[in-house]
Design a protein around this ligand. Structure first.
Ligand SMILES: *[C@@H]1O[C@H](CO)[C@@H](O)[C@H](O)[C@H]1NC(C)=O
Ligand SMILES: *[C@@H]1O[C@H](CO)[C@@H](O)[C@H](O)[C@H]1NC(C)=O
Ligand SMILES: *[C@@H]1O[C@H](CO)[C@@H](O)[C@H](O)[C@H]1NC(C)=O
Ligand SMILES: *[C@@H]1O[C@H](CO)[C@@H](O)[C@H](O)[C@H]1NC(C)=O
Ligand SMILES: *[C@@H]1O[C@H](CO)[C@@H](O)[C@H](O)[C@H]1NC(C)=O
Ligand SMILES: *[C@@H]1O[C@H](CO)[C@@H](O)[C@H](O)[C@H]1NC(C)=O
Ligand SMILES: *[C@@H]1O[C@H](CO)[C@@H](O)[C@H](O)[C@H]1NC(C)=O
Length: 486
């Protein structure tokens, strides 16, 4: 423990024993410790010598602080935060028995234990001591969603029933075997999609009679405005067909509540159907009696087989080849941001696809007005959601998990594994927006930051006037190292 830490430790212990945040007595030992700081660097000398010479908070007795002409520094009115780094208690490669222990806190689990779940969620069983109060649940693994199995594929969803905080957006993970069709349908929400595997042919016709047929490959997007009828079909470009993520701009969206063409026609008198199309009723002898939803079919022909509309094709493509877009390289990973400024039609959904190298981190930030619906594609993450009023909760994620972070809530996404972490931040908005803590601090008058955070002027250099977005591993040798907390 450094001398600084010793001083903080003694002070905190005393504050705790007094059960008050008022200035507390401190031992002569720590005062002499602070005066011996002269052997440290000049910067820490400046810091501690002022403490020692003013002799206010850390000095004798519980008397009123000696009066000075200027306002007291923050460290004289509020105790310093613990210097416990609060590393994750165990990392993803840990294979022992996880215990509800952090330092001197907690105890072993001696009742029933779901070890695989505890291994996946170290920050639930042994949370950092910085966690506090109530934060709405921010995690839902698709693995815990009921799956709807069909011939040719499946679909599972997350909406407010699974994750009550997720009021703005809902998600569906859908799988189609090669050739399988998610039938012609529409719904009240808009539909945004990211192809996680394979390739999908998407078709749509808008209210102006303009049509669209296109293909989205792995890493590509599609978007259908609310109410626009569409269909999806996995191609045979890969033997296995396709899997994709759908995100809807309504947390109450229900994938089982969409408008399907077969469902409609099965519930319309056949004489009306025949009259509508001015066709003999026998044309409709074989109409399905109920909705098909997902069903097998031959692989689709080329996109160019689409009928020619007298009104042309849609003016803005319903697909976007995000896989072909170059990523912005960052010190700790990379990012691609796609919103309506590049994917014109996608007016109600924006995305950032983020990669974080081992040890790196999506920086501390928040989104000013939009909730974030996060989808983890691979790797292992640690996220703390800061909810104001001292409330903070830490969650762990891996590929296939959903996160949900309400608007304006501060957070970071740290890679705690030794493989690449990759995830999507999805928003109900036309324009991606975030606020960087580092940039905020760098662009605020320095004296304000020094006084607020109780840091030295020369350390302001650590704040960046440009958004780091994803930072690399800690610059010192104090990164997560896979050892369970002592
Ligand atoms: C969201 O969906 C629910 C259920 O379909 C619906 O009642 C509600 O009106 C929708 N909200 C918006 C803003 O469209
Ligand atoms: C893929 O589907 C197309 C269109 O149905 C078909 O012509 C082609 O032979 C199929 N390819 C394979 C490898 O099955
Ligand atoms: C964007 O949409 C407008 C119509 O809404 C269209 O005229 C324009 O060509 C589109 N731009 C791109 C790049 O798709
Ligand atoms: C991750 O690190 C552990 C040791 O901490 C090692 O056993 C494992 O092979 C590593 N995995 C990868 C993918 O590098
Ligand atoms: C690790 O950190 C300590 C204390 O900051 C330092 O003395 C040591 O040189 C560092 N070691 C490496 C390998 O960076
Ligand atoms: C890094 O860890 C070493 C012990 O491994 C410790 O002495 C040092 O103070 C730490 N440095 C920082 C900046 O936390
Ligand atoms: C790993 O971290 C733990 C505490 O988190 C520490 O006790 C241990 O010394 C570290 N090991 C190495 C090799 O840095």
């Amino acid at each position: 423990m450094s001398l600084k830490n010793l001083l903080i430790f003694v002070t905190c212990a005393l504050l705790a024993s007094h059960g008050t945040a008022a200035p507390a007595a401190v031992s002569v030992a720590s005062l002499s410790a602070s005066s011996s700081m002269a052997s440290e660097s000049s910067s820490s000398l400046a810091y501690y010598s002022s403490t020692a010479s003013e002799g206010v908070a850390w000095s004798s007795s519980e008397n009123e602080p000696s009066s000075t002409s200027s306002a007291p520094p923050v460290y004289e009115t509020v105790a310093p935060a613990s210097d416990d780094p609060n590393y994750v208690a165990w990392t993803p490669d840990y294979t022992g028995t996880p215990e509800a222990i952090r330092g001197s806190l907690g105890a072993t689990v001696i009742g029933p234990q779901n070890v695989p779940l505890d291994l996946e969620n170290p920050d639930f069983l042994a949370p950092p001591t910085t966690d506090n109060g109530e934060v709405p649940n921010a995690k839902w693994p698709f693995s815990m969603s009921h799956n709807r199995l069909q011939t040719g594929g499946w679909a599972r969803q997350q909406n407010i029933n699974q994750l009550p905080a997720a009021t703005e957006l809902a998600g569906v993970d859908m799988r189609l075997e090669a050739g399988a069709i998610r039938e012609l349908h529409w719904h009240t929400a808009s539909e945004w999609a990211y192809v996680t595997k394979g390739s999908v042919q998407v078709t749509a016709v808008n209210q102006l009679g303009q049509n669209f047929v296109g293909t989205a490959n792995q890493g590509d997007l599609w978007f259908f405005p609310a109410g626009v009828p569409h269909s999806l079909q996995a191609t045979n470009a890969t033997e296995d067909g396709a899997e994709f993520l759908l995100v809807f701009d309504n947390g109450s969206f229900d994938e089982d509540g969409t408008f399907l063409i077969t469902d409609w026609l099965a519930h319309t008198p056949k004489e009306v159907i025949a009259k509508n199309f001015q066709a003999p009723i026998s044309v409709f002898n074989e109409l399905p009696d109920e909705e098909l939803y997902i069903f097998p079919a031959a692989s689709p022909g080329p996109d160019s087989d689409a009928p020619v509309s007298p009104y042309g094709t849609v003016p803005s493509s319903y697909t976007f080849a995000m896989s072909q877009m170059p990523a912005t390289e960052l010190s700790g990973g990379s990012v691609k941001i796609v919103d309506s400024h590049v994917f014109n039609i996608s007016k109600t959904t924006a995305v950032a696809e983020v990669t974080v190298n081992p040890g790196g981190m999506r920086e501390l930030h928040w989104h000013p007005t939009q909730d974030e619906w996060t989808y983890f594609l691979e790797g292992n993450a640690r996220v703390t959601v800061f909810a104001s009023e001292g409330n903070a909760g830490t969650f762990n994620f891996q590929g296939g998990d959903i996160g949900y972070i309400p608007a304006a809530h501060g957070h970071y996404v740290e890679n705690i594994g030794n493989t690449t972490l990759r995830f999507l931040e999805v928003f109900k908005t036309a324009t991606f927006q975030d606020v960087s803590l580092s940039q905020w601090l760098a662009l605020t008058p320095p004296a304000m930051i020094e006084a607020t955070l109780n840091i030295k002027a020369e350390d302001l250099k650590y704040f960046s006037k440009t958004k780091p977005i994803v930072v690399g591993p800690a610059p010192v040798n104090n990164t997560t190292n896979g050892t369970a907390a002592a």
